[in-house]
Design a protein around this ligand. Sequence first.
Ligand code: NAD
Ligand code: AKB
Length: 322
Amino acid sequence: MEGNILVIGSSGQIGSELVMELRKSYGNNKVIASDITNSSYEIMNSGPFVILDVLNKKDLYTIVKNYQVSEIYLLAAILSANAEKNIKYGWELNMNSYFNILELAKERIIKKVFWPSSIAVFGPNSPKKNTGQYAIMNPTTVYGISKLAGENWNEYYYRKFKVDIRSIRYPGLIGWKSKAGGGTTDYAVDIFHQAFTSEKFNCFLSHNTEIPMMYMKDAIRATLELMSANYNDINIRSSYNISGFSFCPNDIYSEIKKYFPKFEICYAPDFRDDIAKTWPDTIDDSEAKLDWKWKTEYGLKETVKEIICNLKPIYKTIDNEK
Ligand code: NAD
Ligand code: AKB
């Protein structure tokens, strides 16, 4: 690769894992991590890291120029539940940040863009089962509206300015490297930490609210595969559906309970349950399979096992330090 890669939002759930995988593939010094807050020790000590507010266009242009950036992964955003609490800022961050990047690409200062969309683009009128790539999309949240608008801008900038934009509609992602906050699907991340630290988990979704989800490792692999796919194989520029596995809170709780027999759950559904109920139960990802040979590897059982395995030594060290 001629230039370098800039990841914006490297301290978040996806950024924490994506930066390290990109550094493995392209070399530590070729991947510049950035966020408004410090990233993990691992990220900050294995390659370049800069503090960057993506809404500050001048700083963004300076960093792109100084580090000879040719590819940007834009991960900075406010997730669904938090955006509902501050709709103006939700729109401003999720949209204006993206225009700053799209303009850089239009001016040919950068060559390639990754921008993540979400299953939040779907809404109450979308089919619930096997929701297809081109299903009706009528999102009810400011987050979903911003993602759908972003998808339309992807198409526009690709068609009008030939910008090489690639995008995935991620399902809810479950990782173990960073804690979650601000999303509707975040309960499925938090439940693991509660299993280690407390005997009870208060779930903000109903026991039977089903949502499409995916293990973070699969999501990172999908991102790298899409970004390295041949230009001519990418037939969808808005954003690709991808599917992992679907479950409701009771399913993941039952799987975790196998490892923590005393672990209890109680349900107190709030506004996030209303949001989740407008999203699909399951996703059809035929186009991703066809165009860039996408294939999920992890199911619920394997995900739970691997996350518990990874968190065990971390919580053991914390316990020993107490
Ligand atoms: P996150 O909330 O964990 O991380 C976002 C990061 O952006 C944070 O580290 C935050 O400090 C940073 N940030 C916020 N404002 C910023 C600014 N002005 N400038 C620079 N950085 C800023 O989010 P995530 O889960 O890592 O998600 C990343 C992207 O993927 C988002 O666009 C999100 O909508 C999308 N996505 C995530 C999921 C999921 O389940 N995690 C699912 C679908 C789509
Ligand atoms: C959220 O819950 O907001 C995200 C998403 C599915 O986009 N995890």
